[in-house]
Write a protein that binds this ligand. Structure first.
Ligand SMILES: O=c1ccn([C@@H]2O[C@H](COP(=O)(O)OP(=O)(O)O[C@H]3O[C@H](CS(=O)(=O)O)[C@@H](O)[C@H](O)[C@H]3O)[C@@H](O)[C@H]2O)c(=O)[nH]1
Length: 481
């Protein structure tokens, strides 16, 4: 793990919505790479000596006391899981405490997969360091898992640690023995990666080395394990030709070949995913790894069937300018009466999908694994929108709810095309059975109502963009509270 961030680093926005940076030189405290949990847990029974070593990282939801009613449910649940254990696929969800990861872990558990979450909880630390918070109050990962167990009787194992620490990852692999690994465990914000040199380096180190470690763990311990890796549509950029799903057939000087589609990422974060894709493709060829790269678009929404079951299971919803993404941000902005922040001309077009489709797509990829040695790429989105189109949809939906919604054009903090051709294929997941939840009035209504419900938690100072692609420098950045 790169030793780049410290709890003394902070990044805030002043009341004038301008970012005031002051340099700091105390960014030296390493982020802990793993935690020996200071709470009670039950060590795995019948552990081999090797496995015993990993017990410090393992927390079982069943280790905590629960209500009598829940305990009764657990009893029957345990019985069911024992009966089904021999046939159930084991899925390790790396990054299972994050926005997409948490929803996916619950969905897979609900569908009968045996799930383990691997997470170093660093997403929560980023919020603490930057003075940000989810719109929705979220429970600790331990409470989340306990609540899931008490409601459904289903266990989710938890391994708290850093996948950049190979020893930790190796123990998690040997202990859980996954049939599939879903890898969401990356720093996923483009603006975060563009704050300063240390965040750029952290993002690429964390993402590229973490993925390399997962590849080595599969090779060493679970050769048959299918890697389902979250990539991004941003790997392709915005070329002036149609975007294919991973590969393009080119005829050049009379010869024809099918080659990886050209990559033109536009942030250090998006570039980290390009590097991952190359490493994964290489190891599929060299070692026979089976992998699916899910080039996901921008995700919106917050509720899934499972996270809606109890307030302890509620997912995070980011609206700030570092981690919040376009449509979610616009809904929160509309709810609090902040003008919608269209960057530049607003013609930036991307692929979008509902979080309910993220969980569905991952499940489809797991249920239909790649062959040994195959590097598959699926473009994971359901519809294309420009930023202006999103703003118009939110304005219309807001007006129906009696909200007065205005839009402003904000000087674009990013370096990106603001008017461009965009036509990306996305047929492979549909062919495998994806039934998309297209953006509808009712989804926008419910997202807006959700935002209105929690609007008192909104810190409006976090809305305007504060990270500039052009101004990034080597100097560590922070601001006074
Ligand atoms: O208030 C805003 C926020 C964003 N944008 C614009 O909306 C577009 C999308 O930005 P975003 O912040 O919603 O999404 P992005 O930074 O691209 O990243 C998000 O979506 C990516 C998929 S994709 O965009 O690369 O297809 C994922 O990989 C990332 O993890 C996720 O954070 C950009 O052109 C951006 O300039 C605005 O105009 N106003």
């Amino acid at each position: 793990m790169a030793h780049l961030l410290s709890t003394t680093c902070s990044l805030d926005v002043s009341s004038s919505n301008k970012m005031h940076f002051k340099s700091i030189n105390q960014c030296s405290t390493p982020i802990p790479t793993s935690f020996n949990m200071g709470i009670s847990f039950s060590p795995l029974k019948k552990l081999s000596s090797q496995r015993k070593k990993s017990a410090q990282y393992v927390v079982r939801a069943s280790a905590v006391s629960m209500s009598q009613e829940a305990t009764n449910q657990n009893d029957s649940g345990s019985q069911q899981s024992t009966d089904a254990a021999s046939t159930r696929k084991k899925v390790m969800v790396i990054g299972g405490d994050g926005y997409c990861g948490w929803a996916t872990a619950l969905h897979l558990s609900n569908k009968g997969y045996e799930v383990a979450i691997v997470d170093n909880l660093i997403r929560r630390l980023f919020d603490h360091q930057l003075g940000l918070d989810s719109l929705t109050p979220i429970s600790s990962i331990h409470n989340r898992i306990r609540r899931w167990k008490s409601l459904t009787g289903k266990d989710i194992q938890l391994f708290v640690g850093d996948i950049c620490d190979f020893d930790f990852l190796a123990e998690a692999f040997k202990s859980f023995e996954p049939d599939a690994v879903v890898h969401f465990g990356e720093q996923r914000s483009a603006p975060y990666s563009m704050i300063d040199r240390s965040r750029a380096v952290f993002t690429q180190h964390n993402n590229v080395i973490g993925t390399l470690n997962v590849l080595f763990a599969i090779k060493e311990f679970r050769e048959e394990c299918h890697l389902v890796k979250l990539g991004t549509m941003g790997e392709y950029g915005t070329p002036n030709i149609d975007i294919e799903e991973g590969f393009i057939t080119i005829t050049h000087n009379g010869r024809t070949d099918t080659l990886p589609y050209p990559k033109q990422a536009s942030s250090f974060y998006h570039l980290s995913k390009v590097h991952d894709s190359h490493n994964i493709a290489f190891t599929c060829k060299a070692w026979g790894i089976r992998a699916t790269d899910l080039n996901q678009g921008v995700v919106y929404g917050v509720r899934t069937d499972e996270t809606a079951m109890h307030e302890d299971l509620v997912n995070r919803l980011d609206y700030d300018a570092v981690f919040g993404t376009a449509l979610n941000r616009f809904c929160v902005q509309a709810a609090v009466g902040h003008p919608l922040t269209v960057y530049g001309k607003g013609g930036q077009t991307r692929g979008y999908l509902d979080i309910r489709d993220t969980v569905q797509c991952v499940e489809i990829a797991i249920a239909n694994p790649a062959n040994p040695g195959e590097f598959r790429v699926f473009n994971q989105f359901t519809e294309q929108f420009s930023v202006n189109e999103l703003a118009a949809l939110v304005t219309k939906a807001g007006e129906k709810l009696g909200l007065e919604v205005k839009t402003i054009s904000v000087p674009n903090p990013r370096v990106e095309a603001e008017e461009h051709y965009y036509n990306a294929k996305h047929t492979k997941l549909i062919e495998l059975g994806l039934q998309p939840h297209l953006l509808s009035d009712s989804l926008l209504d419910s997202l807006l109502n959700f935002a209105v419900q929690y609007k008192d938690r909104v810190d409006t100072k976090q809305i305007m963009p504060s990270v500039s692609w052009k101004k990034i420098g080597a100097k560590p950045k922070t601001v006074a509270a």
